[in-house]
Design a protein around this ligand. Structure first.
Ligand code: BES
Ligand code: ZN
Ligand code: ZN
Length: 484
């Protein structure tokens, strides 16, 4: 998509179609020559109402109130609608509230770029859209002119962000027969080539030789060998070093504690955390953030077979801790605990893991919100602020010492499941916390993206399929670190 800015007013700009935001109940907008009498057609500024005037080729999109999140969502809806027409270009204005035109532009751009994504890789007939160009008028709705250089820097960041999200989405959407651990490793190698990153890919032998018995156990029954992927972006004088650890289960059948048929469908998306890590590094490299980022992905399949790991097994993780397995479907924490031990060897300033870890998180927060867990209250709050700005929904789930006792084991140091049915996303987080050394306890965040990672009914800027959950909020958090 070619996106441009123009100093001219919206009316003076030439394009096939026009997108106009309607601001509130008073039907305020920036299109002076109103082409339709809204009241006569019964148009009201309800949350998701829109109206297309075919004579003047104007799409009116209503925002019930001025709200950045609503603006982003409505922009996504706008581009989806305009794509259905044979237009090659459209123009629009920056629908600001006079205080923060940059924020408004960011929201509109991310709405367009994320809403434009199509999950059609496996359709034999693809409907090609003709839309190739968007022209913004720099004359904002509030009347002020947005400087061209601000527009350009917003656009650069938005394109990098959207490329990252859309890369994660495309990888998640790939079927497990194609998106194997080796395929994810190859994807990391391709990114390394493109952006001059360092990449190391470790195989099952490495896992065994380096005592990563928990990760190894999960991988045993798969015909696709596991990969520990370590992709590093390192600018010359980085301000901070960050480890991003992603759960990359290319398929989670549940293992011998097999999932029921209905619960297994969509488990190709259990690699979403790992794909988010690839998306984030892609965006960070494009933006040129001054941070050293280590992306560590535990890529494997959780399958069944004669050599599968079993409930009753006792595994030994990289840090020597022993783990009693009582349910092979709680495999994500087994892969992640070894990857977290590996990540701490690089002495990072922050460690963030991203995982579709628990169904319990979806029960707790719903399908739209990610869980944020960790020992450091301030860090969690700082992260929530970044998430809010990014447009992703996130909420904290608090640890407590009572829940910690529920993962005690009678036979090993710790058990891979809790002894009760409740608070499952917190006990999973506490399990991971057991593998964080004392000196990193305050530097670690765990993001459970099980709810929003995979979309079965489109919402907000997300089409059907992988959403790229985690990419935007982590990127926003990293941008904050790079500013200080
Ligand atoms: N990958 C699943 C979690 C999940 C569930 C992600 C639904 C997305 C949507 C994870 O490996 C899992 O199966 N967790 C179990 C843990 C349980 C056995 C303690 C779960 O949540 O049921
Ligand atoms: Zn599982
Ligand atoms: Zn899983």
């Amino acid at each position: 998509m070619n996106i441009q800015a123009n100093k001219l007013s919206l009316q003076e700009i030439q394009a096939d179609a026009t997108l106009v935001f309607i601001l509130n109940q008073n039907l305020e907008h920036r299109w002076v020559e109103q082409s339709v009498d809204f009241t006569s057609v019964g148009f009201k500024a309800k949350e998701d109402s829109s109206f297309f005037d075919p004579t003047h080729k104007i799409l009116y999109l209503a925002l019930e109130r001025y709200d950045i999140d609503l603006l982003r969502e409505v922009a996504a809806k706008g581009i989806r609608t305009l794509k259905k027409y044979p237009f090659t270009s459209f123009k629009c204005g920056i629908c600001d509230d006079s205080k923060n035109p940059k924020e408004a532009l960011e929201a509109i751009l991310s709405g367009f770029l994320l809403g434009n994504y199509e999950n059609n890789a496996y359709k034999s007939k693809k409907e090609e859209s003709k839309l190739k160009k968007i022209i913004f008028s720099l004359e904002c709705y509030s009347g002020q002119q947005l400087p061209k250089n601000i527009f350009e820097s917003c656009l650069k960041d938005a394109l990098a962000m959207a490329d990252g999200v859309n890369l994660a989405r495309s990888l998640v959407n790939k079927i497990p027969e194609e998106a194997t651990p080796e395929f994810l490793a190859q994807t990391a190698k391709n990114l390394a080539k493109e952006y001059d990153l360092k990449v190391k890919v470790r195989d099952e032998k490495y896992l065994l030789e380096h005592g990563m018995g928990a990760f190894y156990a999960v991988s045993k029954a798969s015909v696709h060998p596991p990969r520990l992927i370590h992709l590093t972006y390192s600018p010359k004088k980085p301000l901070k070093r960050i480890a991003l650890v992603g759960k990359g289960l290319t398929y989670d059948s549940g293992g011998l504690s097999l999932k029921p048929a209905d619960y297994m469908v969509t488990m190709k998306a259990d690699k979403s955390g790992g794909c988010a890590v690839l998306g984030i590094i892609n965006a960070v490299a494009k933006m040129g953030l001054n941070l050293e980022i280590h992306g560590i992905i535990g890529a494997t399949e959780n399958m069944i077979g004669g050599n599968a790991f079993k409930p009753d097994d006792v595994l030994t993780a990289k840090n020597g801790k022993t783990i009693e397995v009582r349910n092979t479907d709680a495999e994500g924490r087994l892969v992640l605990c070894d990857c977290l031990c590996y990540a701490q060897e690089f002495e990072p300033d922050y460690i963030i893991d991203i995982a579709t870890l628990t169904g319990a998180c979806v029960v707790a927060l719903g399908e739209y919100t990610s869980g944020v867990l960790g020992f450091n209250h301030e860090l969690k709050e700082q992260f929530l602020k970044a998430a809010k700005h990014s447009g992703e929904l996130a909420a904290t789930l608090p640890f407590n010492r009572h829940l910690r006792k529920l993962i005690d084991s009678k036979v090993a140091d710790i058990c891979n499941i809790s002894s009760t049915r409740y608070g499952g996303s917190i006990t999973a987080g506490l399990f991971l916390g057991e593998f964080i050394e004392e000196k990193y306890k305050d530097k670690w965040l765990h993001l459970d993206i099980a709810g929003p990672a995979y979309v079965e009914k489109e919402w907000d800027v997300n089409p059907f399929g992988g959403s790229g959950a985690g990419v935007r909020m982590v990127l926003e958090f990293l941008k904050g670190l790079a500013r200080h």
